[in-house]
Write a protein that binds this ligand. Sequence first.
Ligand code: FES
Ligand SMILES: [Fe+2]
Length: 377
Amino acid sequence: MSHNNVYLLNKNEVIDRVFAHIDNGTTDLGTSQWHEPVDNYTNESRYEKEIALLRQRPVVFCPSAAIPDAGSFISRTAAGTPLLVVRDNDLKVRAFINACRHRGMKVASGQGCKRTFSCPYHGWTYNLDGSLRGVPGEEAFPDLEKETAGLKELFAIERGGLVYVQQEGTPRLETLDTALNFFEPSQPLIHQSDTLDEANWKLLTETLLEGYHIKSLHRESFYPFGLDNVNVVESFGQNSRVVYPFKRIEKLRAVSPDDREIEGFATLVYHLFPNVSVSVLSKHTSVTVIEPLSPSRTQMFSYYIKHSAKNGVEISVEEAMRDVDFVNQSGQEEDRAAARDIQETVTTSANSHLTFGYYEKAIVSFHQQLQSEFGVA
Ligand code: FES
Ligand SMILES: [Fe+2]
């Protein structure tokens, strides 16, 4: 992975820091606590500000590998807007509001690969570049200017194997200065899944960003394999990376630095501010978009991508899928259940704030970034 303008520890620096933490009984620490008002997880006007933020900057929509060919498309709602994201004939990715210019029907549903999009209501058709191609009974629309009646196009760009869409405003390209190259074009998508939870999107995001809960919440699932509260936590731009070592990382003490690989010995979780995570595992990397549907309802879309050959050895889809299944059984349900439970208590008088300590450094940084975007607490 190349790191562009980003300073992150390299794999040996990460591994050595993990060993130092194990030897000293320490972990990476933040320098400040954070108190987040519980209201920010339930309040409608706060939620609207967050949706505006998600519309007014480039946000990851999916990995490039999820729409590999000309005509490949995914339609789904992002930050409250039904989107249609498609790869055009020139292989450029384009994003549109998924709304017919006749009477607003969604022209596409689900995902797949098409040459044109035909609105299911009355059959107006659109090209992959969004232009209006055909109108049945066109003589009934004497005022129609077909050249200006294409699908409403939004800003879309690919960086490092991810597709970003900005729905409103001038593209905030500076937020992509810290975009990493996560994928090579040859790496295929091998699986997709989505989940729906009655929980605020930030509660679900927070579960990904600290290792202080491994032993307690994941006692039977992840803790048998993973170290509790031993993490390397870094920021890059508005984003973070949290490294979760497996117990088997001990084996690397006997391996010379030149021969060490971190994949398989630790999970690297990148939080791409505000609402996307990229988790690098042993044989695959998953991209999860944490999509707010309401203050208390969130859908998560996950895309799983196979790693390239290691030392000339190809990874099979079956092997990579076993890796996917392992992760899905190693605590994600517990994290989601925790977020749903907390959603039920943030509406009570128990806490005026949720408290984050030095072990929850990446979450503190997440809330600091949100606060600086909104300019208020
Ligand atoms: S709404 Fe699409 S063709 Fe009528
Ligand atoms: Fe967890």
